[in-house]
Design a protein around this ligand. Structure first.
Ligand code: NVA
Length: 366
């Protein structure tokens, strides 16, 4: 019997992983959820269409760098099957002029133990992205008799799923921060919506960021779906665009987390870590002052690292301060040139989805 799928956290020894692909990537047209995510001063506002071919080729080259590092260390790497993403899509509830990409996999696939679940993403352009991973899921299903292949309830994404006129060109950064602090996000609570990259898996505990891509109803859904787990909603009031936890709050090994210094975890939410002797360390400054061109994410992809085991971590090659800090924290650092893949959806952690890590489901917060 082959066991292919099992992973309970982001630090146990990695043995098998999915790495995304940039082929056919599209900057999607604006829609209720995405317009909120594109900063007002971003050069991407108002533009959409296929990404330039040379950037796709360069992005894929970066992902190949990562694949090589992983395979050289004996990690099995699986790849998705990209679709022609520049097609219009429709459901009985909405139409959208195109899809997006199959980068990054971390937003779409959530691995909890022997289960891989496709998420309930709130962007209409990502509604069919899971199809790129279905050939792999079919393979795992055939080869691993214990693999649980799951799809979270599909959100309908009608106009009722979003606050109308929530986005306003004139909104200032300060006003955005007030909204984050008030937990006032673009999505409504009519149905659970979540991106897998908002979920931080720590054995029996799931810490889930409540923000622009994951709503409160999702927390409720998770707690009912995993009754034996503890589900914790976490907020980072310093983040004007709170999406995806992995450039904000990143575990390196049991007992150690790096936290974005601009987005500290509030005091009351730190208590569970402190009570269990976890250290929360401020992440090092990014090496860059700007993200690369046509990139949705912030410079804090510097901390979006891929932990291979509790002593080894892959960090982006140009992020020298983050590498230095990891080294001081006792990690062996493997640099990987990946920055030109950032525009396709993120850094090293984003670009991957766990298939197999050694280890069991432990209770780190008894
Ligand atoms: N909100 C995040 C996304 C990280 C994957 C950032 O850009 O900082």
């Amino acid at each position: 019997m082959t066991k292919i799928v099992s992973s309970w956290n982001d630090w146990d020894p990695l043995k098998r992983v999915i790495v995304g692909r940039c082929d056919n990537s599209v900057i999607p047209p604006e829609e209720p959820a995405t317009s909120e995510k594109v900063p007002v001063d971003s050069e991407m506002r108002g533009m959409w269409g296929l990404r330039p071919l040379e950037t796709v080729e360069r992005g894929n080259e970066c992902l190949e760098n990562l694949v090589k590092i992983l395979e050289d260390r004996g990690v099995i790497v699986d790849r998705p099957t990209p679709l022609q993403w520049n097609q219009a899509i429709g459901t009985p509830d909405f139409r959208n002029d195109s899809m997006m990409t199959c980068m990054p996999p971390r937003d779409i696939l959530l691995t909890v133990g022997n289960e891989i679940m496709a998420a309930a993403n709130s962007f209409r352009c990502r509604y069919f992205e899971y199809l790129a991973y279905w050939p792999l899921m079919e393979q795992y299903f055939e080869e691993d008799p214990e693999f649980k292949w799951t799809q979270a309830p599909r959100p309908r994404l009608t106009d009722k799923s979003y606050k109308h006129n929530y986005y306003d060109e004139k909104i200032t950064l300060e006003e955005r921060l007030v909204r984050t602090a008030n937990k006032d996000f673009v999505t409504t609570e009519v149905e659970p919506m979540w991106d897998a990259a908002d979920v931080m898996r720590m054995g029996k505990d799931l810490f889930i960021q409540h923000g622009l891509t994951t709503n409160r109803a999702a927390m409720d859904w998770f707690q009912r779906y995993y009754p034996d787990f503890r589900v914790h909603a976490v907020n980072f009031p310093g983040d004007p665009y709170p999406i995806h936890i992995d450039a904000t709050f990143v575990p390196l090994r049991p007992g150690l987390i790096i936290n974005n210094p601009h987005r500290p975890l509030p005091e009351e939410q730190r208590a569970i870590f402190e009570a269990n002797d976890w250290q929360i360390v401020e992440a090092a400054q990014p090496a860059h002052t700007e993200p690369p061109a046509l990139c949705y994410s912030s410079v804090w992809l510097s901390m979006n690292c891929l932990v291979l085991d509790p002593k080894t971590v892959i960090v982006e090659a140009s992020e020298v301060y983050q590498q230095e800090q990891m080294d001081k924290l006792g990690m062996n650092v493997i640099p990987c040139d990946l920055r030109d893949a950032y525009p396709f959806g993120g850094g090293l952690h984003c670009s991957t989805a766990d298939v197999y890590r050694e280890g069991d489901c432990l209770d780190y917060f008894p």
